[in-house]
Design a protein around this ligand. Structure first.
Ligand code: PAF
Length: 282
């Protein structure tokens, strides 16, 4: 059975023992309810490091007051099996009080890159993400940390934070993992009923159509965004939050496409908000 610790002290002791033996450490931060996307991060971490830590913490700070914190899916027993199967060595699953004791007052705010897209729809979300990830980086002190490209803006925020705060952990991005039907894997897919899951395929379908336009030579971001939106709007259960073509590092909107771009979408399927994206021209 994979070792699980709940306190910062225990985690630090385990990592210190590895460090004493000269072992390298990879880190995969998660909110649990692990799927094959998370496992791809863990497998990469295990391949590139001597030891791999996975954190499982549903971070209250990154949820808005009307969001799904209370119902966010949790299954620690299954997560332990998924971590072990993917090659992790240690799970860190702190209680909220361990991460945020009563006097806790810090906030890590990353301006600019946090402000558009999901940052505009979910005020405070990226401050919550940056704060918990900065804490986790300080606690684990890993050589490398692994993030999925599905959360493209989160990745850009973490990269900015790591560079600006001289964080000594290398940030590694990993490709989006999709179901055989094309849907990007997400813990929130568990909220979808059968009809909604079918409807959700409009997102990857629309993005694939957008990519095809770019591959065919389209260079107007507005036209490509409009085509992606039109495909999603054909699905009655879908409500677009945003479809945007942006610079993949800064998340600033792009009008005329000359270099690498990120085409990102957030769409409600029923009550479930899903995100997906692709990078073109990198
Ligand atoms: O991507 C996630 O699961 C979370 O945002 C993260 C990075 C674990 C921080 O809570």
């Amino acid at each position: 059975m994979i070792k699980t610790v709940k306190t910062v002290k225990q985690l630090r002791a385990a990592v210190a023992a590895w460090r004493k033996r000269g072992l390298s450490v990879g880190f995969v931060p998660t909110m649990g309810f692990l799927h094959a996307g998370h496992q791809s991060l863990i497998k990469k971490a295990a391949a590139q490091n001597d030891r791999t830590v996975v954190s499982i913490f549903v971070n209250p700070m990154q949820f808005g007051p009307k969001e799904d914190l209370a119902k966010y899916p949790r299954d620690l027993a299954a997560d332990k099996k998924a971590c072990a199967a993917a090659g992790a060595h240690l799970i860190f699953c702190p209680e909220a009080g361990e991460m945020y004791p009563p006097a806790f007052a810090a906030r890590v705010e990353i301006s600019g890159v946090s402000e558009g897209l999901c940052g505009a729809s979910r005020p405070g979300h990226f401050t919550g993400v940056a704060t918990v990830v900065a804490k986790l980086f300080n606690i684990v002190q890993a050589d490398r940390a692994y993030f999925g490209q599905k959360d493209a803006q989160q990745l850009a925020v973490i990269r900015r934070m790591a560079a600006d705060l001289n964080i000594n952990t290398r940030i590694i991005s990993c490709p989006i993992v999709r179901g055989s039907d094309g849907l990007a894997l997400s813990s929130r897919n568990a909220y979808l009923n059968a009809r909604e899951r079918q409807a959700a395929l409009c997102i990857s379908r629309a993005l694939a159509a957008g990519r095809k336009m770019l591959e065919g030579g389209a260079r107007s971001a507005l036209k490509v965004e409009a085509a992606v939106r039109a495909t999603i709007n054909k699905e009655p259960l879908a409500k677009i939050d945003y479809v945007k073509i942006v610079d993949p590092q800064t998340m600033r909107p792009v009008r005329q496409i000359n270099g690498a771009v990120l085409c990102a979408a957030a769409v409600f399927i029923g009550k479930t908000r899903l995100i997906d994206n692709f990078i073109f021209g990198a």
